[in-house]
Write a protein that binds this ligand. Sequence first.
Ligand code: HEM
Length: 293
Amino acid sequence: MDMTQPGILAEGTKLARYLEFSVASEVDIRSALQSLAANDNADKTVIGLGQSLLDMLGETVPGLTTLSAQTVNEIEVPSTPVALWCWLRGDDRGELFHRSRQLESTLAPGFSLDRAIDAFSYDENRDLSGYEDGTENPEGEDAIQAAIVQHQGAGLDGSSYVAVQQWLHDFDTFSAMSTKQQDDMIGRHVSDNEEFDEAPESAHVKRAAQESFEPEAFMLRRSMPWAEGMKAGLVFVAFGHSFGAFEAVLNRMLGNEDSISDALFTFTRPLSGAYLWCPPVKDGKLDLSAIGL
Ligand code: HEM
């Protein structure tokens, strides 16, 4: 997909940095976005734009909304909207730091950096709990079908919608569980990554089984562990051709359908949550024509 920001469909990356920007000067956002689009870093950085930013520009992108905050059975799903999100991919922390500074200066004075989260891959795509993450991700053409907008016209085709949540794990709670309790929570054996039928209905992979939804809820998960001091967890990142699949799965994880909440919530919780639209690319640069730029 040469119209898609390459990082979305690319293989995993060893290190990453997520940057969240807010609007600092409304009159300067157009020129900042134009400078961003002129940058030819599109192969290493995925850019997402939030609803609040499009509102300021007086533009809309079909299907882009704000994640709704929810509290269900004392489980809180926060909504922390972001104007502009960057996922910097790389394998050198120093280089990621300098690229962050470059982006900060490209986007000033329109945008200011609110938050940077450093992320990394653990072993072969494991969450810090030790479980492999991404096993049931669609691949090849299926990944494109799940994650990329098609047949909607120039400016939209090649784009993608991304849901981003920073999750904080409670490792004391996790390590107090037996391996059986942990496996029952995920619905896979940590030893061989095999799914097992006897897992309880609260098991994460039973809640999230993509084929069990109507319509099927396939999404492209590109999550990565994060750590800061002794706090750590997962930056959950899921790309879709809409937010439909993410919302359907989250809804079932929360127990909104059958009052059974996902066992994952016993040891981890989302601290943040944002929806963004990742524009397509044209000739290797961001194509912002859908929002009049
Ligand atoms: C800290 C939070 C989370 C952790 C640690 C986690 C971990 C995992 C693990 C270990 C698997 C099994 C292997 C795989 O297929 O990738 C999995 C599957 C999956 N997860 Fe999560 N997950 C988290 C949050 C979420 C959220 C918020 C969603 C969506 C709302 C989600 C959607 C899925 C889906 C769709 C699957 C594949 C299910 C299937 O079709 O078999 N996960 N997750």
